[in-house]
Design a protein around this ligand. Structure first.
Ligand SMILES: Nc1ncnc2c1ncn2[C@@H]1O[C@H](COP(=O)(O)OP(=O)(O)O)[C@@H](O)[C@H]1O
Ligand SMILES: [Mg+2]
Length: 237
């Protein structure tokens, strides 16, 4: 078993495009297992933050470290990410999984069948991936991410474009994955999903982290007025 990647420590993280500052001097420490939910309205900076901490974007300023080591390729290889819109190969369901498995070293190989079974896609294994429903495609994208046995899995609004039944299946899968010891960092603007899944909540607004608290205290007593409004379902701008 490799060393844990936690804690994640972020210091003075800023990100701009041109003259426009999009994230400004973020401080963050994630050191507990479970599901850390990044919650906030559209445009808050949630996607930018997860892309930065997973190394898909380079910060303008600041430091990102995992278990004391500066973010590097070896660390990124122990992580995976699922996006709102699944990106799949134009091949069969099982070929999408095997493609990933074939690129791994033996010791990391899990079994394609087990993975498809867990994702509830074993019946569809020989179908072209593009013929799956939206919910099934997202389960396949999740299964493919899990095939790499990540220690940390990022999910950016994974259920934003799928129906409630598929959302429930994905949420159940995420709970299982959490129970298997994978650290999940889940971006959502769905307050119900955050209540169902979060161990801790990071609330973002306007390119800042307004609070980071254990889930129960966040929902019982949010510290910022923006989070209070968000929890009540008010529009916040
Ligand atoms: N490539 C880009 N160029 C210019 N502005 C961007 C770019 N990417 C994101 N932004 C802006 O940064 C802000 C945060 O974006 P994002 O992280 O995608 O928000 P969220 O995921 O919380 O909805 C938004 O105002 C968005 O318009
Ligand atoms: Mg986003």
């Amino acid at each position: 078993m490799p060393d844990s990647l936690l804690p994640l420590e972020v210091n003075g993280l800023s990100f701009s495009i041109g003259q426009k500052s999009l994230l400004s001097k973020l401080e963050l420490n994630i050191d507990s297992p479970g599901i850390s939910v990044i919650l906030g309205p559209n445009g808050a900076g949630k996607s930018l933050l997860v892309r930065l901490i997973h190394g898909l974007l380079k910060p303008g300023q600041g430091r990102i470290s995992w278990n004391g080591k500066k973010l590097n390729l070896a660390i990124r290889k122990q992580q995976a990410m699922v996006f709102q819109k699944p990106v799949l190969l134009r091949r069969s369901v099982e070929a999408n999984i095997n493609f990933v498995l074939n690129n791994l070293s033996e010791c990391h190989r899990s079994n394609c069948e087990d993975i498809l079974q867990q994702a509830g896609l074993i019946q569809q294994r020989r179908q072209p991936a593009r013929l799956l429903s939206g919910g099934e495609q997202q389960r396949l994208a999740l299964a493919r991410a899990l095939a790499t046995s990540p220690q940390v899995l990022f999910l950016d609004e994974p259920t934003a474009s799928i129906d409630p039944t598929s959302t429930m299946r994905i949420e159940n899968l995420l709970s299982q994955v959490r129970d298997d010891g994978v650290k999940l960092i889940l971006v959502t603007h769905d307050i119900g999903q955050a209540r169902r899944l979060a161990s801790d909540v990071l609330f973002m607004h306007g390119g800042r982290i307004l609070e980071h608290t254990e889930a129960q205290s966040f929902f019982n007593q949010p510290a910022s007025k923006e989070a209070q409004a968000f929890i009540q379902g008010d529009l916040i701008i």
